[in-house]
Design a protein around this ligand. Structure first.
Ligand SMILES: O=C(O)CCC(=O)C(=O)O
Ligand SMILES: [Fe+2]
Length: 292
């Protein structure tokens, strides 16, 4: 699939685009299976440590994590792409259908950006405590979580749900057109967010997206996650891509080439190498990786 001229113009005018039916269930299944297996392993470990009493093995992917999380918040520790370093998610970052769309916006020399997440937004009514920043992300632009040396890099966000993301399950809200203003001041208190006095007076659009669809966003497009009022988990993946060689905005974390017309041999296909790069990362304790 390629973006049509109409879609390209819409993205360039509004700073975001929702593309339905990009992924088949076969594209997403390996990632869902891997997340389910990771969850199962974590649950087994916590049970052995006496931190869980019930495994809820019969609960489906859309519900099980919440049942486990209610018993022990510890289950979510490091449960993210760079925390469990799974092969299925690594392969998904090179999904050809996805890269065909990335190529329409960024050209043929593509790298996967290390700012990437798996998010499980639990039903608000189930978690029995305030949802954290990671789950109910407040208004921000993604460039606020990058270092200023990447100002000139086009870093584009590709967000996809693993269940239907709707107003009820807690999809994103997006401010159209605002990206043209460039960076808006953010603050770090309560999670990286646009300073309230600077929040644009723009009516947001609801970025509902069915499973299989994709939401594409410019790094200056303000967006937030809304509350999950349903009884299923709003699972999603957010990936970013940039042109190979451009500053990634997170230089201490590994970027890697996923497609190249000029040097196809440079594409990283070895999951072991990718894991090694992440394991070798040295972070300075207490130093923010965000712009504020
Ligand atoms: O998943 C959400 O609700 C917000 C995600 C987000 O801010 C992002 O992917 O950049
Ligand atoms: Fe974001």
């Amino acid at each position: 699939m390629r973006l049509t001229l109409e879609q390209l113009i819409r993205y360039q005018t509004e700073g975001y685009l929702i593309v339905p039916n990009v992924f088949t269930d076969e594209d997403l299944r390996p990632v869902i299976d891997e997340l389910s297996a990771e969850l199962d392993a974590r649950a087994g470990q916590l049970l052995a440590e006496g931190k869980l009493t019930e495994l809820y093995e019969d609960e489906p992917f859309e519900k099980r994590y919440t049942r486990l999380y209610e018993q022990s918040k510890e289950i979510c520790r490091g449960f993210d792409i760079n925390g469990y370093l799974g092969e299925a998610i690594f392969r998904f970052m090179g999904n050809e259908g996805l890269l065909d769309l990335v190529e329409c916006l960024l050209g043929t020399e593509l790298s996967c950006n290390p700012i990437q997440h798996i998010r499980a937004k639990h039903p608000a009514k189930s978690t029995q405590s305030e949802p954290d920043y990671f789950q109910n992300v407040p208004w921000h632009q993604d460039c606020a979580v990058t270092s200023p040396d990447s100002e000139a890099s086009e870093i584009i966000t590709f967000w996809l749900p693993l269940v239907d993301a709707t107003a009820e399950t807690g999809c994103m809200e997006i401010m159209p057109h605002v990206f043209k203003q460039g960076y808006i001041n953010h603050r770090s208190e309560g999670g990286t967010t646009i300073v309230p006095e600077k929040l644009p007076a723009v009516t947001p659009v609801l970025a509902e997206c069915k499973k299989g669809g994709l939401v594409i966003m410019n790094k200056y497009t303000p967006h937030r996650g809304i509350s999950n009022r349903s009884d299923i988990i709003r699972w999603s993946i957010d990936l970013r891509y940039h042109k190979t060689g451009a500053p990634s905005g997170r230089s201490i974390h590994p970027s890697f080439p996923v497609r190249s017309a000029y040097d196809p041999a440079s594409v990283l296909t070895d999951v072991t190498e990718w894991r090694k790069m992440w394991r070798e990362v040295k972070e300075e304790k207490g130093k923010s990786l965000h712009r504020v």
